[in-house]
Design a protein around this ligand. Structure first.
Ligand SMILES: Cc1cc2nc3c(=O)[nH]c(=O)nc-3n(C[C@H](O)[C@H](O)[C@H](O)COP(=O)(O)O)c2cc1C
Length: 203
């Protein structure tokens, strides 16, 4: 089974990365193929609302010159997707929002491509707003008919400077449990009948 972690922080070696890696570790140990994709700090623009993806239905965004399609292709191959973002004014980064809007729309345009995949959101934060960031990412998962594992707390870790979250033992414990929950869920889904996907609107 395959899991992809997508980092929306422009600080590529910052706290979000540490949290994502902590969630990936138990999955790698359980034999999952792990992929890591950096979108923060890369050229990735928002959805242009051209609706071309509803015409082409080729599982891609027609704007192919930025970082979107490569990252989205990794998501399509994966059984589980972990989105990670730092808290920026109590929400996801601009790069993560751009990725989510286009991923959600291309997936819907092509007949709910994300349905039945596992989705988990991970947030780095200095002090406040992380639950809202968590909610923002979970909104994409839920409208996309994805399946969400829980953990010991909402998936967030505290720290301002890069690396600071390594001192948040509760967060690291939560990430380890999250990885284990994804492993458990992935194995359960593998032996389950196909997901009963339902088109959310006429394409
Ligand atoms: C533009 C900007 C906005 C931020 N907004 C918040 C905020 O609303 N709440 C908060 O607690 N921390 C805020 N922070 C701090 C980051 O969320 C925090 O440093 C986090 O650990 C960064 O993760 P990273 O190292 O993966 O980039 C902000 C940082 C930046 C650069």
């Amino acid at each position: 089974m395959k899991v992809v972690a997508i980092n929306g922080s422009p600080r590529k070696d910052g706290n979000t990365r540490l949290l994502l890696e902590a969630a990936l570790k138990p999955l790698a140990e359980a034999g999952w193929e792990t992929r890591y994709v950096q979108i923060g700090g890369k050229n990735i623009h928002g959805c242009r609302a051209c609706f071309k993806c509803w015409e082409t239905q080729d599982k891609r965004c027609v704007f192919g010159k930025d970082a979107f399609n490569e990252a989205f292709a990794q998501v399509l191959e994966a059984d589980a997707v972990i989105l990670g973002s730092p808290t920026y004014f109590a929400d996801v980064t601009a790069e993560m929002k751009a990725f989510m809007d286009r991923a959600g729309f291309v997936a819907m345009a092509n007949g709910c491509l994300l349905a039945g995949k596992i989705g988990a959101a991970v947030v780095a934060v200095r002090r406040g707003g992380a639950t809202h960031v968590f909610d923002t990412m979970n909104h994409l998962f839920q409208i996309s008919q994805m399946v969400l594992p829980g953990s010991t707390y909402w998936n967030m870790g505290y720290g301002l400077e890069p690396g600071k979250v390594a001192g948040d033992a509760e967060a690291l414990n939560n990430m380890e449990q999250l990885g284990q929950a994804i492993d458990w869920l992935g194995k359960a889904i593998k032996n389950a009948p196909p997901y009963p996907v339902r088109k959310s609107r006429e394409g």
